[in-house]
Design a protein around this ligand. Structure first.
Ligand code: UD1
Ligand code: CA
Length: 453
């Protein structure tokens, strides 16, 4: 494969989205669309990338995750051809140029490679990808001669009634010889219904000058899906969702309801894990084998070991070891480290805490800013009282402690090894090892009281 550079067009407003946000920043699985396009070009081996920005340029520039990108500014959006003209300094005569639109987030490395090899095998000067679609409204139509040779692209708005019915459309992906692109850009005009400089017009310009121009008809039109409206954004998300879920299922993950399971592209899941319906798994999450996740779970940036069973719960930015159960209705907030063989039951919230091996927090409990050791039993309704109104304090609970039901542990406080906390206690002072701490009013019995009243 010859070295090539990439230009990505992202200057347009995307008015059909009816949103104040620039189109290419609308997200699919928590990631702006433009970043998918950049990633595909980079993974395909593009030497350098230039993104053409214009509408809300700064905002777009800031949302781009990848470093070492060249930006070209298109002050006024006078068309896709005009956008490429703004990157003239980026072009090199003897390098190939891949051009992508920032609003086609489903593009794959395979589809880009297919175009590049088509270009090389056919010895073209410019190659594009076309697709046969059910409804070609709004796209550029590909017009061919009787022998099937490429003649031109005609935009829908400029097309005659018969051209409008042509179902072969321009997907908006181009591979040019740098010298040919430079030559064509100079000759581009805006003599059309929209008064814009159309990039696809470079194709007929080059053809007329004797260059080889060809369109590869793709078998996988979904890879080139362009997002112009919020409806199409949802459609693109659904296509990517299918792709991702399928990949996991092929790897041995059971997904019981792929339609209601949303897994970010970056998530890793090992074989023999079962995902129940209505589950969302986001960010840099990894899940080990033999787990059951869901129904109704939301995991964000979680590291989860093997044989973990988490249902109807939310867990964020934390780690969970092996053989752990969580939920139903638990909330694991950021910076928790849950060790092996822990049980976190219903209506339990854990935040910024470590929970040691074999510890049980079965029900209705808040563990915040706590270092909890191994084999602790937290009774129903335990509360670590971590906030005094201005500052957060830590609670330390050492190994083998038994906390009775409905106890308040008022931080900063340490419960040393092996001690018991009586039910209903409010503990405000450190508790030494192997004692019973009782911190509640004694029960009184008043004889004859009922009869008197
Ligand atoms: C374009 C193609 C059409 C193709 C379709 C595929 C042209 C003239 N038409 O139409 O043949 O079938 O894509 O999806 O190219 N942009 C700029 N500056 C501009 C105008 C656009 O950077 O001045 C960017 C936009 O931000 C967007 C991309 O170029 O990312 C495509 O622009 P858009 O207006 O969506 O083109 P379409 O009308 O979809
Ligand atoms: Ca478009």
């Amino acid at each position: 494969m010859k070295p090539f550079k990439t230009i990505i067009l992202a200057a347009g407003e995307g008015s059909r989205m009816k949103s104040k946000k620039p189109k290419v920043l609308h997200k699919i699985f928590n990631e702006p669309m433009i970043n998918y396009v950049i990633k595909a070009a980079t993974e395909c081996g593009s030497e350098k990338l230039c993104v053409v920005i214009g509408h809300k340029a700064e905002e777009v520039q800031q949302a781009i995750a990848q470093k070492d990108i060249t930006f070209a500014l298109q002050k006024q959006q006078l068309g896709t051809g005009h956008a490429v003209m703004q990157a003239m300094d980026f072009l090199e005569e003897d390098k190939n140029i891949l051009i992508l639109y920032g609003d086609t987030p489903l593009i794959t490395v395979e589809s880009l490679k297919e175009l590049i090899s088509f270009h090389e095998v056919e010895n073209n000067d410019v190659s594009i990808v076309s697709a046969i679609v059910e409804d070609p409204t709004g796209y550029g139509h590909i017009i061919r001669d009787e022998q099937g040779n490429f003649l031109k692209n005609i935009e829908h708005k400029d097309a005659s009634e018969s051209e409008k019915t042509v179902q072969e459309i321009n997907t908006g992906i181009y591979y040019f010889k740098g010298s040919a692109l430079k030559e064509a850009l100079v000759k581009l005009t805006n003599d059309n219904v929209q008064g814009e400089y159309y990039l696809p017009d470079t194709l007929s310009i080059l053809l007329q000058s004797g260059y080889r121009v060809n369109a590869l008809v793709t078998k996988d039109a979904s890879a080139y899906f362009g997002v112009n409206t919020t409806v199409q954004l949802a459609q693109a998300t659904a296509i990517l969702q299918k792709r991702i879920n399928q990949k996991h299922m092929e790897n041995g993950v059971m997904i019981l309801s792929p339609e209601t399971t949303w897994i970010d592209p970056s998530v890793k899941i090992a074989a023999d894990t079962i995902i129940y319906p209505n589950t969302i798994i986001e960010g840099n999450t990894s899940i080990g084998e033999d787990c059951t996740i869901g129904p109704n779970a939301r995991l964000t940036h979680m590291m989860i070991g093997n044989d973990v069973h988490l249902q109807s719960s939310t867990a964020i930015h934390s780690s969970i070891g092996n053989h752990v159960t969580v939920g139903p209705f638990a909330y694991i907030r950021p910076d928790c480290h849950i060790a092996d063989n822990v049980k976190i039951g219903d209506f339990v919230e854990v935040k910024n805490s470590t929970v040691g091996k074999g510890t049980k927090i079965p029900h209705l409990t808040y563990i915040g800013d706590t270092d909890a050791g191994e084999k602790i039993n937290f009774g129903c309704g335990t509360i670590t009282v971590n906030y005094d109104g201005s500052t957060k304090h830590r609670t330390v609970v050492e190994d083998n402690v038994f906390v009775g039901c409905n106890a308040n542990l008022v931080a900063p406080v340490t419960i040393h090894k092996g001690s018991y906390i009586a039910a209903g206690s409010t503990i405000t002072k450190d508790v030494p090892e192997d004692v019973l701490a009782v911190a509640r009013a004694r029960q009184q019995v008043i004889n004859g009281w009922v009869k008197k009243h």
